[in-house]
Structure formats: structure tokens, C-alpha cells
Design a protein around this ligand. Sequence first.
Ligand SMILES: [Zn+2]
Length: 299
Amino acid sequence: MKTNQLTQLLAACVVATVMVLLTSCAADQADSAAEPVVESTPTESPYVIAPNGEITLRTDCDGVDIHWEYEGADGPDYWDDLCTDWACGGYQQSPVNIVPPPVRRLSKSLRFYWKNTETHIVNNGHTVQYNIDQPSNQNDRSYISLNGQRFYLLQFHFHAASEHTVNGEHYPAEIHFVHQNPLNGQLAVIGVFVEEGAANPFFADIHDLWPHDEGHYDDASSTFNPNMLMPSGYNNFYKAHFWYYDGSLTTPPCSEIVNWMVWSTTIEASHEQIMEMESVLHENYRPVQPLDGRLVKAQ
Ligand SMILES: [Zn+2]
């Protein structure tokens, strides 16, 4: 073999070795790095943001308003029959029963950038919802960064009892913080369970503040940071423990566009505060849905 052939062979060997190393390195990185959020094709947002700041879900069927409830003939068992455009009979529905997996994967990169914010409270007949003002400058809005993508906080609302269950058990209440990625319409919802314990300053005045009747709109809410409803350590990569899975809105139209992150640590509210929540919310929870092969992962 001539020297230049030998050199070429050696060079080829070196290139091949480097390629193998790079490939395995890339595979390692892909394994340990953040997982992609729900695979997305751009979807039309199910949320409508009115000029007055009210944020509502589109639940019409071909332009006709459809009435739905949590019980009876318009209840969860029949949501799928109420409108064929809704996804309520799909295979990636929420809520689900969570059986905590034994291993934490630490694969989601999640940071909160919530700010002091003006909110407006509405009783929409299904929940009490705090709509978040959306300043025109996107940097002034509250958002989370999930695997490098921004999801803006649109609203948060309450369910009593909880919608997700853990090992088959409900908590007294659950808060949903709904975020939207304006680029592709995908949602990221943070779920936080409320359990009975110490009185919570946030719920101190809900008896006067929460509209008891459907359609009542409170325009005079104060400015605060919704992080007062998050468990401690929520924005610390090593302390923030949550379960995540791909799912849907838990109300019509049940769109399967949600990256669910349900916190495994809880917040507390007193017995009286939970009773007040229940008296306004009237058991507004959808029963758990089949996982149909989906995995709930832990972080
Ligand atoms: Zn909800």
C-alpha cells in the first residue's frame, strides 16, 4: 500500500470514529435534553380575547351556541354527541387518573415568567375564571418558557373537586393556569391541587369577590402575581415536581392541544375556604378519561 493510500485510509478511519462519537454524543444529548412539546400543526385558537379583556372558549357548533353542563342530558357522557366538531370522544382526553411513576425523568425545561398582573374575574357558568390582561408588548405579559417555547398566561380558573385524580383519589379543588403559544395555538396548562389545611390569603375574600351567578363580570380586581397560588419552589428546576402528559381541554370543545403539567406538591386552603369554593363551583369536574396508551411521566 502506498503512503498516500495509507494516509487516506487513516483519515477515513479518523473521520468514521469521529462520526460514531458525534452520533452517540448527539443521541445522549437527545435523551437527556428537553423533550419536544406536543407535536404541533398550527391550530386555530379555541380562545377568543375580546377588546374588554374577556377570554372565552369557542364552544359553538357551526356558529350555533351549544349548552353543556356537568350533569344530566348535557353532561360529560353526552358532550361528544352535542357537536361532531368537538373532540370530546377522542383518544387523548383529560383529565386522567395519575399513578405516580417511580422514576423522575427531568426532561422538561420549564421556567415561569409570571408578573404582577391586572385580572378580571368572571363566573362563566362553568367555573370562576381570572382573565389576565394582555399588554400589547409581549414582553410585559406573564408567560412560561417550555422547552424554549413561550406560552402566554391567558387565564386561570378553579374546579371543585379536582379533575385529575392521584391513585384514584380526588383533592378538594384544582387550579388550572392556561397558557397559549401564539405561534401554533398549542396550550400548556399547569394544574395545582388544593388540599385542606391552613387558611390561604388568596381565598380570604372570595366570598365577596367571586361572582355567584353566571355571566357576572367583576371589573375591579386588584393587581397581584398569580404565583401566590403555586407551591413553594415552583420555579426551581430541582424542587418543582410535576407530572406531565399530552391531553386535552377538560371542557368542550375538548381540543387535544394541551401539554399538561400537574404539580405533585399541593397548596392549602382552610375547610371554610374550600366550602366557599364548592358553593360557587357546584362540582364542576369532568370524570377521568382513559389514558389509551399515553404515559404520565414525572419530573
Ligand atoms: Zn380547568
